[in-house]
Ligand binder design. Sequence first.
Ligand code: GDP
Ligand code: MN
Length: 373
Amino acid sequence: MEYQSRELLIQYGVPVPEAEVADSPEAASAIQARLGGMVVVKAQVLAGGRGKAGGVRIARTPEEAATVAGRILGLEIGGQRVRKVLVTRAVKSVKEYYLSVLVDRNAKGIEAVFSDKGGITIEEAAAGHPGRIRHVGIDPFLGPDGTSFLAGIDAGELGPEIARSLLEITRSLFRLCVEKDCSLVELNPLSLVEGGKLVALDAKIVVDDNGLPMHPELLAFRNPDEYGGDEIEAREAGLSYVGLDGNIGCMVNGAGLSMATMDLIKYYGAAPANFLDIGGSSNPEKVVKAFSILLGKPGVKAILINIFGGITRCDDVANGILKAKSMIEIGVPIVIRLIGTNDVKAKEILQGAGIEAYNDLGEAIKRVVAYVA
Ligand code: GDP
Ligand code: MN
């Protein structure tokens, strides 16, 4: 969340306004009293567009801070309930920039993105004036090269002082990005204040989960609210799972096949409710767990099981599914596609139990899409 991102920015020497976190109107009012003058009260949720959603408001007195904090703490933004607000000293902004450092997979390196049209309308700026969004490659071993960075962002138009600060902040973001294994470190807005100083008014940092074992200090930032109940349950069960917004629950053996299955569901006009790789196992407990997670997810209207039998035997999986079905009430249609080792036997087992089974993936997906259409 923003208040946590700020801690990292401070560690890396990026200027941010003074601020404190509150979880009640009273606490927000006390912070305003301490900071004095105008403050900005900001919803802390893992979603962008908080400003547009009414989650960023000005307050000038302790009473006003309590009132706006109370209003913001009642909001739901991007599907998340606001439980904390950040109360920051308001900054008088002359201009808003956008600056980020991210992993650029195509370039197999790091990239800085800069725009002099930052702020809450950056998306429109990107669509309407793509030329105003500058991309500059950064050597992942050497960091930003001053000359090419400044040329890349057209620093001539900004003046030497702002250009120098931008380079310095980009170097900090680069170090943060590499040292903490981030995939994105984004400042929007990075505000120019009177006197020519740059201050980061909002920060979004995305950490690569695969880097977390090396960064216990980042693990402490984990927000339980960040994950849906389905994701927490899946993690506890040792399932490789990601919750999504669609209505077709997916159970697939193999991560690559899972990705391909989700792509095909989209291709045929529907949307997957999740990514789930149940692995090579036909262990009925795992299948039951997977069913219960999918069935507990609001909006799931049908379930697609896609199994490619290599070492996994399709008949084992079929038996696992029947066992799971006898253990748990499944109120939505299930469509199964199995192919590979012992698939003929598997189909017999499933059809004997009145479950539709297909060999052809396209057919299976068209069938399940028809259920949710
Ligand atoms: P977002 O909408 O989720 O990106 O939330 P932000 O933290 O970026 O806040 C939304 C907008 O509020 C920013 O883009 C700024 O334009 C404005 N804003 C937030 N804090 C301040 C501040 O201290 N001073 C000024 N002038 N504007 C602010
Ligand atoms: Mn922002």
